[in-house]
Design a protein around this ligand. Structure first.
Ligand SMILES: Cc1cc2nc3c(=O)[nH]c(=O)nc-3n(C[C@H](O)[C@H](O)[C@H](O)COP(=O)(O)O)c2cc1C
Length: 357
C-alpha cells in the first residue's frame, strides 16, 4: 500500500498527505480538521498568535478532530533587534510605499517599534496544550525545547531548503523532514544560509535528502494532485506537504478574491520577492511587486516591512485595488482543479495508486 510509509506511521495518520500550515491568518480550523478527519494531517500556522490565542486554537482543533494535526511556529521571527532601524532607513522604506498609500488615501504608518521574539512563549503554550504534532520553520529549536516536546509525546517536523539544513534537522532528531523546494508558495524558510543562496527545487532536494539523511522526508513545493504525489514518492519522498492547492479551497482562511486569483490565469506569474514582508517568499505578481522589484535593499527588515503592508493591504482591499497587494501562491497554481479541500484530498487518494503502478 503506497500510503503505509515511515511518515504515515510516525505521525499516526492513514495517508502521508500533509496540508501545509499557512501563517498570517490564512489557516483555518475548518481546513485543518477537514484534512485530518479524512486521514491526512492538517496544519495550522500559528506564528502570529499570542500564547493565549494558541491555547484557544488548540482547544478548537481538539473539538474539531480527534485525529493528528499539526501546529506550526517560526523559530526565528525577527530579522532585527531594537534600535537597529535608523530614521534614514525608515524614511527610505516609507518613501518607497508612500505612492501606494496616497493612491488608496491612507496615512503612512509611523516608525515601527521594536518587535520582541514570541517564539519561546509560544512554545510554552504548545507544551501546555500538547498538539499531536509541532512543526517549525526558519530554524532549529534548542535541544532542550525539542526534548520537552518529545517528553510529552509530541511529534516533531522540521523544514529544510537545502541538504545541509536537512542534515542539521536529522542530527537534531526530528521525526519528519519537509523538503521545501523553491516552487512553493509562501516564505522560503532557510536558516543556515540566506534564502537566495538556498534555492533548490523540490525534484533535486527530495533526492538529495533521501540519499544522505535517514529521517523520512516529505516533499513540499509544486505538488497539487495525485500525479505530483506519485512523482514525489518515485523520487524517494515518503509523504507530501501541499500548500497552494489547499489554500485555494473554500475551507481555507484565504479571501474569496485570493482563492479565485489562484484559480485564474494571473497565477501563472509568480515571483520570489521580499517586498511583502521583508523576507523572501513566493506570491503572485502584481503592480505592487513589480514596482518595488529591485528595491529589496531599501525595505525594512522582517517583520517591520509588514507594518507598512498590513494597513496598505487593508485599505487596498476596502477600495478593491487588488493590484496593490501581493497574494501568496506557488508555481503549481495553473494546474489547480479543486475548490473543495475534501474533493481535492479524495481525488488524490483515489488517483495515486494509478500513477504508482
Ligand atoms: C500563504 C502561505 C503561507 C505559508 N505559511 C507557512 C508557515 O507559516 N509555516 C510553514 O511551515 N509553512 C508555510 N507555508 C508553506 C506551506 O506550508 C507548504 O509547505 C508549501 O505551500 C508547499 O508548496 P506549494 O505551495 O507548492 O504546495 C506557507 C505557504 C503559503 C502558500
Amino acid at each position: 500500500m503506497w500510503n503505509r510509509t515511515h511518515v504515515s506511521r510516525v505521525l499516526g495518520i492513514e495517508y502521508p498527505i500533509l496540508q501545509g500550515p499557512f501563517g498570517g491568518n490564512l489557516s483555518s480550523v475548518k481546513l485543518v480538521s477537514t484534512v485530518s478527519n479524512l486521514g491526512g494531517m492538517g496544519g495550522y500556522g500559528a506564528y502570529m498568535l499570542t500564547p493565549d490565542e494558541i491555547i484557544a486554537l488548540d482547544k478548537e482543533l481538539k473539538q474539531a478532530t480527534d485525529k493528528p494535526y499539526n501546529i506550526n511556529l517560526w523559530v526565528s521571527d525577527s530579522d532585527f533587534s531594537a534600535g537597529e532601524v535608523s530614521e534614514a532607513q525608515f524614511e527610505k522604506a516609507a518613501a518607497l510605499v508612500k505612492p501606494f498609500f496616497d493612491e488608496v488615501g491612507a496615512p503612512l504608518p509611523a516608525k515601527p517599534k521594536a518587535y520582541p521574539s514570541r517564539f519561546e512563549n509560544q512554545v510554552d503554550a504548545l507544551l501546555a496544550t500538547k498538539p499531536p504534532v509541532f512543526s517549525f520553520i526558519f530554524g532549529l529549536p534548542s535541544q532542550t525545547i525539542l526534548e520537552d516536546f518529545r517528553q510529552k509525546g509530541i511529534k516533531l517536523i522540521g523544514n529544510a531548503t537545502t541538504l545541509d539544513e536537512a542534515i542539521a534537522l536529522d542530527n537534531a532528531g526530528v521525526d519528519v523532514i519537509i523538503a521545501s523546494g523553491f516552487e512553493a508558495g509562501g516564505h522560503r524558510p532557510s536558516f543556515l544560509e540566506s534564502p537566495e543562496a538556498s534555492l533548490t527545487g523540490t525534484f533535486v532536494l527530495v533526492q538529495q535528502i533521501r540519499e544522505k539523511v535517514k529521517t523520512p522526508v516529505a516533499a513540499a513545493g509544486g505538488i497539487a494532485d495525485a500525479r505530483g504525489v506519485a512523482a514525489a514518492f518515485t523520487l524517494g519522498a515518503e509523504g507530501v506537504q501541499i500548500g497552494t492547492a489547499f489554500l485555494a479551497t473554500e475551507e481555507s482562511g484565504a479571501t474569496e478574491y485570493h482563492r479565485n486569483l489562484l484559480h485564474s490565469d494571473a497565477a501563472r506569474y509568480t515571483t520570489l520577492t521580499k517586498v511583502s514582508t521583508g523576507r523572501l517568499g513566493r506570491g503572485i505578481r502584481s503592480r505592487f511587486t513589480e514596482t518595488l522589484a529591485g528595491h529589496h535593499d531599501e525595505l525594512l527588515p522582517f517583520p517591520l516591512q509588514n507594518q507598512f503592508i498590513v494597513p496598505l493591504r487593508k485599505a487596498a482591499t476596502e477600495k478593491q485595488q487588488y493590484d496593490l497587494i501581493m497574494f501568496w501562491g506557488g508555481q503549481i497554481a495553473p494546474v489547480l482543479k479543486h475548490t473543495s479541500a475534501k474533493k481535492l484530498f479524495e481525488a488524490i487518494v483515489e488517483e495515486v495508486p494509478g500513477y504508482l503502478k
